[in-house]
Every structure is written in structure tokens, then in C-alpha cells.
Design a protein around this ligand. Structure first.
Ligand SMILES: [Zn+2]
Length: 200
């Protein structure tokens, strides 16, 4: 057993006991690689990995109400709001390899808007989980729809998937694009065009 494990504190997702277990499993994994592994170099790796996943998956612990912290405002504004090119990093649930890229969000308010800085936080909440890009796109759109009931919401995600570039088809430059369109963004051609022009 590794002495350093006593250092674990309860994290956002994993308590200290779970982190110890994850660390044990990573030790087992490294040992399974046999003598190829540089032992001085990987001495602290199991503990680092256990701590790291608590951070990378912290989106499961986000409370959406705390996240918003009263940043929903009643405003007489009926033009489109667009926040584009929000960087995200996620882990695909199939391989636990990263996929990353940008999220662009637009909505047409009815009588409420969301504080600008809260939209990237919402993206973090859904991206820092084990995900598939299609579901993440839908979840962000539906969260905004549920929070402020706008006339329409659009979310476009462009992602590069390391599981498609490092392994499998090994195509490093493939970009996957997904979208979720709700309300007038789905029904109304001109709203959809306006949104898509904004995020070009
Ligand atoms: Zn994958």
C-alpha cells in the first residue's frame, strides 16, 4: 500500500475513501504494464490521477441554482442574445478520452435573460462529466430553456475527439458538429439563420 494515500481529502465527487480505491486501481494498471514503466516517475501518478478525476468530473457536483446565484434578470429585451466560442473540455463516456472544442449558445428572450458569465459556467457543468457530444448539446439547450423559457434556444458544439484521433480511425483533424434547436430556432427559418450567421 502506498503511504501517500493518507493525504486524500474529500473532493467534489469522490470522498477520500473512493480516491484511495481509484488510486489502488491505477497502481494495479501501472503494475500490469510491467517493467516498461518508469517507477520513480510514476510513483505519485495513482494519487494524482485520483485527484484529477475529481476535478475533471466536477460537473456532476454542480448545483444549478447555486451556479446561477440569482443571475436571472427580467429585462425588456427581445433581440437575440448570442455567446459564442466558449471553450469546453469533456471526457467521452466510451473511452474516457478527452473531447474538446467550442460551444456557441443563442436565445431569443421572452422576458428573462441569464447573466453573461453564467452561460460558460453552464457549459462547464455539462462538459465536466462523462459525456457524448450529442447529449451534452441537448442538455445545455434544455437547461437554458428550463431556466428562462425563452422563445427559442440554439446550441452548436464543435468538438475534436481524441478517441477518433489517437486511436480507431486515427483522423486528428476531424471536427464533429452537433446542434440543438428549440422553439422558434427550430420552427422559424429566419431566427435559425440569424443565429447561425451570428456564430459563423
Ligand atoms: Zn470515445
Amino acid at each position: 500500500m502506498n503511504q501517500e494515500k493518507k493525504q486524500f481529502e474529500d473532493g467534489l465527487i469522490f470522498d477520500s475513501k473512493v480516491k484511495e480505491k481509484i488510486s489502488d486501481h491505477v497502481s494495479f494498471f501501472l503494475k500490469s504494464l510491467g517493467n516498461h514503466v518508469d517507477k520513480p516517475g510514476t510513483k505519485g501518478t495513482p494519487n494524482r490521477v485520483a485527484k484529477m478525476y475529481d476535478e475533471l468530473l466536477s460537473g456532476y457536483a454542480t448545483d444549478i441554482n447555486k451556479l446561477l446565484n440569482n443571475a436571472l434578470f427580467e429585462v425588456k429585451y427581445d433581440e437575440m442574445v448570442v455567446v459564442k466560442d466558449i471553450d469546453f473540455f469533456s471526457l467521452c463516456e466510451h473511452h474516457m478520452l478527452p473531447f474538446h472544442g467550442t460551444v456557441s449558445v443563442g436565445y431569443l428572450p421572452k422576458d428573462k435573460v441569464i447573466g453573461l458569465s453564467k452561460i460558460p459556467r453552464l457549459v462547464d457543468m455539462f462538459s465536466k462529466r462523462l459525456q457524448v457530444q450529442e447529449r451534452m448539446t441537448q442538455e445545455i439547450a434544455h437547461a437554458i430553456d428550463g431556466l428562462i423559457s425563452p422563445k427559442g434556444v440554439g446550441v452548436v458544439v464543435e468538438g475534436k475527439h481524441l478517441c477518433a484521433s489517437m486511436r480507431g480511425v486515427k483522423k486528428p483533424n476531424v471536427m464533429m458538429s452537433t446542434s440543438a434547436l428549440l422553439g422558434v430556432f427550430k420552427k422559424n427559418h429566419s431566427s435559425r439563420e440569424e443565429f447561425l450567421n451570428h456564430i459563423k
